[in-house]
Ligand binder design. Structure first.
Ligand code: AMP
Length: 300
């Protein structure tokens, strides 16, 4: 079963305290689609410019990602650059160049309008709305977001919440969007705004899943070295929707497993820059780490 993923496709420049790299493959749709591709076919909707390297398109094709919804426009690809402090949880955005994104309308290939599982990866809420406007009757819609949209297009984002089954955001964003410090209370307030399910990510401290009469807490994999956490949130969302679509289920047990699979892919992603760690990864590697998560959280 396919998943439809809309988001950014970017050329990233990333600097940590140890390394700096330019023109890396990045963007929320890139990370999320590759993450989802471990579980089944992904359909990617986005836009790139004339400078987008063919090798990156080959990478998508190699993962079986259908790029029929990836528009190619005159001009430059969306470009983002960021820098991590010694504490890799702290990142500063150095620059953002919207480029081809400025005029982007995510129009779906007609055959994709019936896709049942949809991820609105991090992108302007107005574009997330535009995708939903074209969908027929999606079975499960997940939306991801970021602090920028809470600060600049709050009304669009709040309107979107009524249209989705699940919202993913991190702890500081949950507090910022609700003005509530307690995460369980913020979660209740967010769920009252629309989504039946809510995942609150807490970086290296794992994530929380909230639903009707449902609470689940998943840890994060204990990585000894984090090389580059860029895209971990997108990998979490992509792995989650990919697993849901593959299991064709949206009950609490499926959501719990999906949260863990999302965490597994995100943990691998942090082990190298851009999508490099995921390129050589197999489904067996993913399942082995999934079992490790199970072992780490079991108790009598
Ligand atoms: P994450 O580390 O999960 O927050 O995702 C980082 C990715 O998000 C990078 O690859 C960026 O290219 C992409 N990104 C950064 N800012 C934006 C934005 N305003 N809209 C869409 N994608 C963005």
């Amino acid at each position: 079963m396919s998943v439809l993923i809309v988001g950014s496709v970017a050329l990233d420049s990333v600097r940590t305290q140890h390394e700096a790299h330019e023109n890396l493959l990045g963007g929320s749709a890139s990370y999320a689609s590759v993450a989802a591709s471990f579980f089944g076919p992904a359909r990617m909707v986005g836009i790139v410019g004339e400078d987008f390297p063919g090798a990156y398109l080959d990478l998508f094709a190699g993962r079986g990602i259908d790029c029929a919804g990836l528009q190619r426009a005159r001009g430059k690809t969306f470009a983002w650059s960021g820098e991590y402090e010694t504490n890799m949880n702290n990142r500063r955005t150095l620059s953002v160049a919207l480029n081809v994104f400025e005029t982007f309308r995510p129009d779906l290939p007609p055959a994709w309008r019936d896709t049942e599982f949809v991820l609105l990866a991090n992108i302007a809420p107005v574009l997330q709305h535009h995708v939903l406007d074209q969908m027929r009757r999606p079975r499960f819609v997940v939306a991801d977001t970021m602090d920028l949209w809470i600060q600049t297009t709050r009304d669009d984002l709040v309107g979107l919440l009524r249209r989705v089954d699940m919202l993913i955001l991190n702890d500081s964003e949950a507090r910022e969007l609700t003005g509530i410090d307690s995460l369980p209370r913020a979660a209740a307030a967010l769920r009252a705004m629309g989504p039946a399910w809510l995942a609150i990510k807490k970086g290296e401290h794992g994530c929380l899943l909230f639903g009707d009469d449902e609470f689940f807490t998943a840890g994060a994999f204990p990585l000894e070295e984090v090389k580059d956490p860029t895209g971990c949130g997108d990998c979490f969302a992509g792995g989650l929707i990919g697993h849901l679509a593959a299991s064709r289920a949206t009950d609490a047990a499926a959501l719990r497993r999906a949260v863990v699979y999302g965490s597994v892919i995100a943990s691998f992603n942090a082990e190298s820059f851009s999508l490099r760690r995921l390129e050589g990864l197999t489904r067996a590697d993913v399942d082995a780490r999934f079992e490790a998560f199970r072992r780490f959280s079991r108790f009598e």
